[in-house]
Design a protein around this ligand. Structure first.
Ligand code: UD1
Length: 368
């Protein structure tokens, strides 16, 4: 039996680990231990996902919380190291670690493990935006460079890893675990009353999310994006669940009123998984800077206008329903008109985004 340390920290990690834990739990040869760093700690950014996705309580909760990149990453690294050493001292050493995604918890945990000679598998390896100003890009590069098992969600990831000189034997194209969760939850999610609650009709509203530092930290950039959204809201109601980072910046920049005074923009706090999926699956369009949402909109066949200049998930643009609009108001308007006029491009769901990625990951783990 192999003891596997599974690491989560921030919101997008929870939907990625859920199907992996489920698949591991029905595999007697694997014994997962779930470690939550506490990078995200608010109930609606963390606990609610455990409840809705049927993830068992973390075996270990570290409670690290927020901080600068250096402080947060360092505290997670030190904390995880202690947990791994303590397990070995107890005579129950971990045989492997599994990390997911690209948040600070991902890279910190991987560094702690490899230095203790515990091999690490990275789920969502190989994604590259080629934009080193993004903290996630640094996390992705560092994590992949020290992992021995690179589990990839889309073919371009394989190309990137090969270009970086990773051996073929380390690279496994397994598909997308986030879509495993989406397919597992979509039926129950659609029973949520969230559309009625916020006065929107199926296929007649847009969903907005914004949280990237590049989009929300600077007052001018955020103000310009809000102007675009206000313009969009003249054509269709928008539902905007606001991330705590964005909410703090709106206050700081004195931009809260601009949104609150607009009856066509429904501002909410962060939503749980099922309510959010209920909204996105029946939206006319999604406007976002999130990485995961680009993938989910492609799987849901909903147009996605991505407010970023680049993406580490190019298949969502080349085959899927996403278009990069950056912060270009004209471009956003152009594509929005296509959505409203029914001429927006049609997308295709990528291969291996089929609900069985976690099972393929378990098969790779069993062979290692
Ligand atoms: C993190 C990830 C990002 C991911 C995002 C999803 C990194 C570098 N970034 O960004 O890749 O897309 O999560 O949400 O790991 N806060 C709360 N409650 C919480 C957690 C945070 O209010 O439970 C607030 C704090 O003010 C905190 C700020 O949000 O300082 C930012 O949190 P942090 O974890 O540093 O990064 P995110 O912006 O959430």
């Amino acid at each position: 039996m192999k003891r596997i340390a599974c690491i989560v920290g921030a919101r997008p990690n929870f939907m990625k680990i859920a199907p992996i834990l489920r698949a591991m739990k029905s595999t007697p040869e694997l014994k997962p231990t779930l470690i939550h760093t506490g990078q995200h700690y608010d109930k609606n950014l963390s606990d609610v996902f455990f409840e809705e996705l049927g993830i068992s309580r973390p075996d270990i909760s570290m409670g690290i919380g927020s901080g600068s990149h250096g402080k947060q990453t360092a505290e997670i690294l030190v904390g995880i190291e202690g947990i791994l050493v303590e397990a070995a001292d107890r005579g129950e050493p971990f045989d492997r670690m599994v990390v997911v995604g690209d948040v600070n918890s991902t890279v910190a945990a991987a560094i702690a493990a490899v230095k203790l000679h515990i091999p690490v598998a990275h789920v969502e390896a190989g994604l590259r935006s080629f934009d080193r100003a993004m903290p996630e890009e640094i996390n992705r590069l560092l994590t992949d460079s020290i992992c021995d098992m690179l589990l990839v969600s889309e073919p371009e990831g394989v190309v990137n890893l090969k270009n970086e000189g990773h051996a073929d034997s380390k690279i496994h194209l397994v598909g997308n675990v986030m879509i495993d969760t989406l397919l597992h939850q979509v039926k129950i999610a659609k029973t949520s009353g969230v559309l009625k609650e916020h006065g929107v009709e199926p296929r007649n509203y847009g969903v907005v999310t914004l949280h990237r530092p590049a989009n929300v930290d600077d007052k001018k950039v955020l103000g310009a994006l809000l102007d675009v959204l206000i313009d969009v809201s003249k054509h269709m109601k928008l539902v905007f669940p606001i991330h705590p980072r964005t909410s703090a910046r709106l206050k700081e920049h004195g931009l809260e009123n601009v949104l609150q005074s607009n009856p066509n923009i429904v501002c909410l706090g962060p939503l749980g998984y099922n309510d959010f999926l209920c909204l996105t699956s029946q939206a006319k369009v999604i406007v976002t800077d999130s990485g995961g949402l680009q993938e989910e909109s492609t799987a849901l066949d909903v147009p996605c206008l991505t407010m970023r200049p680049n993406t580490e998930r190019p298949i969502t643009v080349t085959s899927g329903t996403s278009t990069l609009v950056g912060s270009d108001a004209d471009k956003l308007q152009l594509h929005l008109n296509e959505v409203l006029g029914g001429t927006y491009k049609k997308g295709e769901c990528p291969q291996l985004w089929d609900g069985n990625a976690a099972q393929r990951i378990v098969e790779v783990l069993l062979k290692s």
